[in-house]
Design a binder for this molecule. Structure first.
Ligand code: GUN
Length: 295
């Protein structure tokens, strides 16, 4: 059996069409334009690519974006002042500080300074806690994107054995939490594996849905996957360049072997990646509606 390819690119396109309509409706019915502020410190090429795509996506949907690119030497106090200013700016509904931040900056302090009502990444402890008790305002973008990929490709999540590989605060822990919720599109039995898991394969082989955010190229091979499983690959690694200078990417899953065993699999690129950005836009629109008392 060769797996169905779950195209994040296509599903993200579908969602972005829905969002475009919603932005138009807000403009005509409520005279409001959602606004996202992005903050980037330093010149890490990957972070620049991510921020560029976020800003471009805002433009294509009619969301107002304001971009703050600061030198990597910017001190913590200056960054905190900027966040405080954006917290007060009524045209800014969402604030995104691109991670990772340079070593000299306390990341957690910065994330805690963002107004929880503008925390479109869903990283503020208030939003993490709200998700934990099943009353989220903002779901973190990559985990929310993964849930949407599953739901919109018709994968049954209810009662499924979901195994998550990786326990990061950005992906592993929140995706486990989202799929555990007592809600439609969730209600799964969730296991989280990590670097100290004794027998990883024993867990991954039981998964109906395997979500891999290990941060390690091709960490999961066909022997670790159950026949007919649905496999979601969150990893992105640059493993070389083509003769034309284009990056060659791979994920955390050995796509070539696993696609022969799985029922469905996400590709890299074009799987989870495009979903993260549309979920950020979803959160920005929600933040604007919350600020206007519409939700
Ligand atoms: N760096 C990698 N992923 C993310 C994300 O989802 N949000 C932010 N702000 N930075 C990131």
């Amino acid at each position: 059996m060769t797996a169905e390819i779950i195209s994040g690119k296509e599903i993200a396109k579908q969602i972005s069409e829905e969002l475009k309509q919603e932005v138009r409706r807000l403009k005509y019915e409520h005279q409001m334009v959602p606004g996202l502020a992005t903050v980037l410190l330093g010149d890490d090429p990957a972070s620049q690519v991510y921020v560029n795509s976020k800003v471009k996506m805002c433009e294509s949907l009619g969301i107002r974006s304001s971009r703050y690119d600061l030198p990597s030497e910017t001190n913590e106090a200056t960054l905190l002042e900027l966040v405080a200013r954006l917290n007060k700016d009524f045209q800014v509904h969402g604030i995104l500080v691109q991670l990772p931040l340079p070593e000299h900056i306390d990341e957690s302090k910065v994330l805690m300074t963002i107004d929880p009502g503008k925390d479109v990444d869903g990283f503020h402890p208030v939003n993490v806690g709200k998700l934990m008790i099943g009353e989220p305002d903002f779901l973190p973008c990559t985990p929310h994107g993964i849930q949407q990929l599953l739901v919109r490709s018709g994968v049954e999540i209810e009662g499924a054995d979901v195994v998550v590989v990786g326990r990061s605060n950005i992906v592993g822990k929140p995706v486990a939490n989202i799929l555990l919720q007592k809600k439609p599109g969730a209600n799964a039995t969730v296991t989280i594996c990590h670097t100290r898991t004794r027998d990883m394969a024993a867990h991954t082989r039981r998964a109906d849905i395997l979500i891999v955010a290990a941060g390690k190229p091709k960490a999961i091979n066909a022997d670790m996957v159950k026949d007919g499983a649905v496999v979601i690959d969150v990893g992105v690694h640059r493993i070389g360049k083509t003769a034309e200078g284009k990056s060659i990417l791979c994920g955390d899953v050995d796509f070539e072997s696993v696609k022969e065993k799985a029922r469905a699999i996400t590709p890299v690129p074009g799987g989870v990646g495009p979903m993260t950005i549309v979920m950020l836009m979803t959160n920005t629109i929600k933040a604007a509606k919350m600020a206007a008392g519409l939700v």
